[in-house]
Design a binder for this molecule. Structure first.
Ligand code: PXG
Length: 287
């Protein structure tokens, strides 16, 4: 029965899948990860997720102890063993077991963990009505500190932002960067739609370059909408006709209220709905 857990060569279940308290992934958040979806027993955009995982690892001087094609096969094998048609995969590479000191040289062997389970982020009515969001006071990491392009095991600023949203009773939070530009949501990228053109912050500005974001950009261009990767202010969101978020877990979901202001007409807009539909079709097609 799910979840299926693979740790460094051995399969476990929920009760037996455990890591050492000396793993620097736990002690320091020293590691990287991916969240990946399975639709209809097919892993969605696995090569793109693996490319990002290996790039994240390189970004923190961590060598993944398996070659990319080997990890690719392993993920597919784990999904097969889970027996799940629809699943959520969490793939981690941690610095591994060391002693109680920061020095990663004390960790001779990185650990690879693959969990295959399920996830549901929002109930259906959030997709129908759109999310209520607020701008969090907690900014994302400065891009020259821990680059937001690295999907590292350090999610505390995003969690703190999420907690601000929970405390205020909203669904989701929008995070700014250290300069005050709009960056992303707690685990999703964001888009504003104005006069039929999509606008989203560029990856180089310091955001996670989402696999879903890239897929939605492709779909939008196919549908002949303009797409601009440009720095955005909150003003651009407040005055947008539509606003939506994208992520592996959430897929495409509208934001209809931000900081108490109604976005557009206060309902998921036509372009958001069109792209959500096209994304679903793409996910089922699996390319
Ligand atoms: N920004 C951040 C900070 C993320 O963590 C995305 C954007 C979207 O990227 P993808 O590749 O998924 O389109 C993420 C996604 C969750 C959850 O529970 C989300 C993510 C990681 C862990 C959990 O929503 N990452």
């Amino acid at each position: 029965m799910p979840p299926i857990i693979w740790i460094d060569g051995t399969y476990y279940d929920r009760a037996t899948g455990k890591v050492s308290v000396f793993d620097h992934g736990l002690l320091y958040g020293d590691g990287v990860f991916e969240g990946i979806r399975v639709y209809n027993r097919r892993v969605f955009r696995l090569p793109q997720h693996l490319d990002r995982l290996y790039a994240s690892a390189k970004g923190v001087w961590l060598e993944v102890p398996l070659a990319k094609p080997v990890l690719h096969r392993l993920v597919e094998e784990a999904v097969g063993k889970s027996g799940l048609d629809e699943a959520y995969i969490r793939l981690l590479v941690t610095r591994g077991v060391g002693d109680l000191g920061l020095d990663p040289r004390k960790c001779p062997k990185p650990s690879v963990i693959c969990i295959v389970d399920t996830i549901q982020l929002w109930p259906q009515d959030r997709y129908d009505k759109g999310l209520v969001a607020l701008t969090a006071a907690t900014p994302i990491h400065h891009r020259e500190s821990l680059s937001p392009r690295i999907k590292s095991l350090n999610y505390l600023s995003h969690i703190l932002a999420k907690v601000e949203g929970i405390a205020a009773g909203v669904d989701e939070v929008i995070m700014l960067d250290a300069q005050g530009y709009v960056a992303e949501a707690s685990g999703m990228n964001l888009f504003a739609v104005t006069n039929g053109t999509l606008k989203t912050p560029p990856a180089y500005a310091g955001i996670l370059r989402g696999v879903t974001r890239d897929a939605v950009i492709e779909l939008a261009r196919e549908a002949t909408y303009g797409v601009e990767e440009v720095p955005l202010n909150r003003y651009d969101l407040y005055t947008a006709d539509e606003m939506f978020l994208t992520g592996t877990a959430a897929e495409v979901v509208a934001v209809t209220k931000l900081d108490g202001r109604v976005i557009g007409h206060g309902q998921p807009g036509p372009i958001t709905k069109e792209l959500a539909k096209r994304f679903k079709a793409l996910a089922i097609r699996g390319d």
